[in-house]
Design a protein around this ligand. Structure first.
Ligand code: SF4
Length: 446
């Protein structure tokens, strides 16, 4: 028995970046388990470490180095593999990090068990990263048991080529799973105790391209998913404004399971900057999308991505963005401070904004975001929503999100973890979350 136990290799995972990376790490970890490896926590002296990186993360290189160092401290003889967007963009650079045994690109990462057969250490670092044009296959993925919600990958890559973005270089062309395969995954997930599925992708509104040809449409996908029983909630994570059709908005407004929450990247409220960025819409279209959503779903949560300090963003143009957002009926912002990325069109553009100015603008929008969030929460006080409670405790309180993405706090009760409960929103506490009426008094079964 002892002998057998020592033969089973232990593998640990670390994920940086977005929901897509989480879904992929989770799927790769299940591949390891199916092959007889034991999945362990990062600090449980693993034999193998898989680090899934992100290129959007600030200081991706430093972060990666730090995690590798940490891994080697925990298990000095371990086999360290780096995958993910940063691995695709800078494979050579990563291979020079001390302690890295293998670097795998986008086309290779799902075949890593087969490619790194046995994970035997070699003198040289293995670099298996094809050109990004070779990443044409869609690998399906979903996260499981890592969080209360499951992230289901339905689409990968992007054909848009915005001036600031490296994602197409790291993830390749737009490609999707078939609706049939996705429904299969949804049915599998429905067999578990997962209550909420978040649809993820790089550009999910562009769903439907298979082998370079448009075969299906996003609207048909969400309609098909809505017909699968056994999952209470579906959330669309992020969708480009020009791809968020009236039909999709109307569908969500009537669906009992697609929740009223959209995350719609704006990036700039100035048409001049939107054109320079190569975005495929103008601010008028964005405003129209927000109005359409709010007319049909007054309680809908709308999150916005915005970039500050893009080349050519003068004080006046930044104020256009600020004022536009200030007047728009949105619920929160994700603010990104522009930073130069190699091999993008934006690095060669004139009108570089000083770092200090970028940071000041970022701060202004973060304050605006808090104001928007508070107003959105206030507008919803006194109403009844359904909360999915998570497993985090802080000062005797547990937290969860309503269907329209309001973060609530309630008295800790382990029975409520991963449960959907109706609550009445009472007040905003000093931490900015919403207190609900005591569960025992107000909950009804879903
Ligand atoms: S739409 Fe633009 S920002 Fe989004 S992934 Fe594609 S290129 Fe990048």
């Amino acid at each position: 028995m002892k002998l057998e136990e020592s033969v089973v290799k232990k593998v640990a995972f670390y994920t940086l970046g977005c929901k897509l990376n989480y879904s992929e790490t989770s799927t790769i970890s299940r591949m390891f388990e199916n092959k007889g490896y034991q999945k362990v926590e990062f600090d449980e002296t693993p034999d193998i470490f898989i680090i899934n990186t992100c290129s959007v993360t600030e200081n991706a290189d430093k972060k990666c180095k730090k995690i590798v160092k940490e891994a080697k401290k925990i298990s000095p003889n371990s086999y360290v593999t780096i995958i993910g967007c940063y691995a695709q963009l800078k494979p050579q650079e990563i291979s020079e990090i001390k302690g890295v045994d293998a670097v795998l690109g986008a086309a290779e990462k799902f075949r890593l068990i087969e490619l790194l057969d046995g994970f035997a250490k070699e003198q040289e670092t293995k670099v298996l990263a094809s050109e990004i044009q070779d990443a044409t296959i869609f690998n399906n993925a979903y996260s499981m048991h890592d969080r209360t919600r499951t992230f289901l990958k339905v689409q990968d890559g992007c054909n848009y080529g915005c001036a600031f973005c490296t994602i197409p270089l790291a993830r390749g062309k737009s490609r999707s799973d078939s609706t049939e395969n996705i429904l299969k995954s949804v049915r599998e997930i429905a067999q578990t105790d997962v209550k909420e599925v978040v649809l993820t992708g790089v550009n999910i509104g562009d769903f439907g391209i298979q082998e370079g040809k448009r075969e299906e449409r996003f609207i048909d996908l969400i309609k098909a998913i809505d017909g699968v029983d056994g999952i209470d909630r579906f959330r669309i994570s992020s969708i480009e404004p020009n791809l968020l059709t009236n039909e999709a908005i109307e569908f969500v407004s009537k669906s009992k399971r697609f929740v009223p929450h959209f995350h719609v990247p704006l990036q700039s409220g100035s048409n001049e900057i939107l054109r320079k960025m190569g975005r495929r819409y103008l601010r008028e279209l964005y405003e129209d999308r927000v109005n359409k959503i709010k007319t049909l779903m007054p309680h809908c949560c709308i999150g916005v991505d915005v970039i500050v300090g893009f080349p050519g963003e003068t004080d006046e143009l930044f104020l256009e963005t600020y004022n536009f957002l200030n007047e728009l009926d949105i619920s929160y912002l994700h603010v990104f401070t522009y930073s130069e990325r190699a091999n993008t069109r934006a690095v060669d553009m004139d009108g570089v904004v000083p770092i200090k100015t970028r940071n000041e603008r970022s701060k202004m929008l973060r304050i605006l975001s808090e104001k928007k969030r508070r107003k959105f929460y206030e507008d919803n006080l006194g109403n009844t929503f359904t909360v999915l409670f998570e497993e985090d405790i802080e000062d005797g309180k547990m937290h969860g999100f309503t269907e329209n993405y309001i973060r609530v706090a309630a008295k800790y009760d382990p029975i409520l973890i991963n449960e959907l409960k109706m609550v009445s929103l009472k007040e905003i506490n000093e931490k900015g979350t919403v207190e609900v009426l005591e569960p025992e008094a107000s909950y009804e079964s879903h």
